[in-house]
Ligand binder design. Structure first.
Ligand code: UD1
Ligand code: CA
Length: 447
């Protein structure tokens, strides 16, 4: 087992942001969270915080341990700040808080290699098309790693090297801490470079190796908004691919945005421009989209969500949502419910088979099964000061353009005439009409 040390104290100047770099999101999740999750195989995870420490700690909470680097004097200095926390771990994995695409699987494989090779230090490397800005892996005649040279310290010849340092390493902790005592700031940036420990360990005759990754995308570091977008796109594709492998159809894979946590059942079709966020769970055989956004919700099998938004709600099987519906937080819609065009539902329970076909608002209400809402019905839940809750019994028929002034209780099987404004409870089976009578004047003449 290894412990993971994640360096996240840097400011990230190139992001030009008021927010710490590692809290910027890649596919709906802060960069640092992706790294912390990739290190799930570690015995413990320690994050070195500094710039924006409070915000990073507030976000990550108690899932990890923290070391603080008050002033950022380089990656080597950052590791030193965690000395007390790591000194008793046998093996330490050092990761950058700004490389969200690294996977748990790659870390596991690299760790196995590190152990079986008997290395004191293993650096994860990759050949990249554009090595600009990265530290280069300098290899000797026999191909062994000799040192890592930072871009700004590299010679013309060294700059031609395309094998780069990922910023991810496995170290024997004791040897690392002893080598860190020997690094200096004698370099172009005047910083304590963690990378210098490689040369130091080698000079002491210790075994150092490199683990070359197949997929260089995994170590893309985020330093600016361009790399943030690039990482987002790689992550997005990775997630969509996984769902396709598990039996989900995408009409337009390039326009689907799905969180890493979302689950989608097989034979579901994702139409263009759909966004599925958070811990959403979608059943089998659904049709989602086009142009739909679903956040932290549960969608039953066979349900359609067409051009609609669903947030923090639960929808049963074979329901029809949209086009142009808005299901706001706190809703539970039963099987076969219809919420058609320009229907908004908030914090309400809607029984099986109930239909709200058009232009209806239902807020803070408990609606039974088989209810029919006519076009333009409004549950008037807010009196300007307080929200109130209403109830509608099973199989009630609510005519067009009815206002239910909450709190009000409409019984089972009730029939409400169109245009009624209902302020009083209606018992089961009753008919209610609440509108003024029509007057027709035949002797009328235009003045
Ligand atoms: C570093 C490596 C470089 C490698 C690259 C990979 C060094 C000297 N260089 O360069 O070889 O190719 O990563 O992405 O290590 N950090 C701190 N405290 C500090 C400085 C940095 O916590 O004092 C953290 C940053 O928040 C960041 C990580 O360490 O998460 C890497 O720092 P950064 O400044 O981005 O290093 P690079 O110049 O990219
Ligand atoms: Ca970096």
């Amino acid at each position: 087992m290894y412990s993971a040390l994640i360096l996240a104290a840097g400011e990230g100047k190139r992001m030009k942001s008021a927010m710490p770099k590692v809290l910027h999101e890649v596919m709906f999740k802060p960069v640092i969270r992706w790294v912390v999750e990739a290190a799930a195989g570690a015995q413990e995870r320690i994050v070195v915080v500094g710039h924006g420490a409070d915000k990073v700690k507030e976000y990550l909470g108690g899932d990890v341990l923290y070391a603080c680097q008050e002033v950022q004097l380089g990656t080597g200095h950052a590791v030193m700040q965690a000395r007390e926390l790591i000194k008793n771990c046998e093996c330490i994995a050092v990761l950058s808080g700004d490389t969200p695409l690294i996977t748990a699987r790659t870390l596991d494989t690299a760790y196995s290699y590190h152990k079986s090779s008997g290395n004191i230090a293993t650096v994860l490397t990759a050949n990249v098309p554009d090595p600009y800005g990265y530290g280069r892996i300098v290899r000797g005649q026999g191909g062994d790693v000799v040192k890592i040279v930072e871009h700004r310290d590299a010679t013309e010849k060294e700059l031609e090297i395309t094998e780069i340092n990922s910023g991810i390493y496995f170290f024997d902790t004791k040897e690392l801490l002893s080598a860190l005592n020997k690094i200096t700031t004698d370099n172009a940036q005047g910083e304590y470079y963690l990378t210098d420990t490689i040369e130091i360990l080698l000079s002491e005759g210790k075994k150092v190796g490199a683990f070359l990754l197949d997929d260089h995308n995994e170590i893309l570091g985020i330093n600016d908004r361009i790399q943030l977008a690039a990482a987002g796109e790689i992550m997005r594709k990775r997630i969509v691919l996984r769902h396709m492998q598990e039996g989900v159809t995408f009409l337009s894979p390039d326009t689907a945005y799905i969180s890493g946590e979302a689950q989608i059942g097989s034979d579901t079709i994702i139409m263009p421009n759909s966004i599925i966020e958070g811990k959403t769970v979608i059943g089998n055989g659904c049709i989602i989209g086009p142009n739909s956004r679903i956040v932290d919700s549960k969608i039953g099998s066979g349900t359609k969500v067409d051009n609609s938004v669903v947030t923090r709600s639960e929808i049963g099987a074979d329901a029809n949502i949209g086009p142009f519906a808005y299901i706001r937080p706190g809703c539970v819609l039963g099987d076969g419910v219809k919420a058609g065009d320009f229907v908004e539902v908030k914090n309400s329970v809607i029984g099986k088979g109930t239909k709200m076909s058009h232009l209806t608002y239902v807020g803070d209400a408990d609606i039974g099964e088989g209810v029919n809402f006519g076009c333009g019905t409004v549950v008037v839940n807010y009196d300007g000061i307080k929200k109130h809750r209403s109830q509608v019994g099973d199989n009630a028929f609510i005519g067009c353009n009815v206002n239910l002034i909450s709190p009000v209780k409409v019984g089972k099987g009730v029939f409400i005439a169109a245009g009624s404004t209902i302020t009083d409870d209606i018992p089961d089976g009753a008919f209610a009409i609440a509108r003024s009578r029509q007057t027709v004047k035949t002797d009328w003449k235009r003045k």
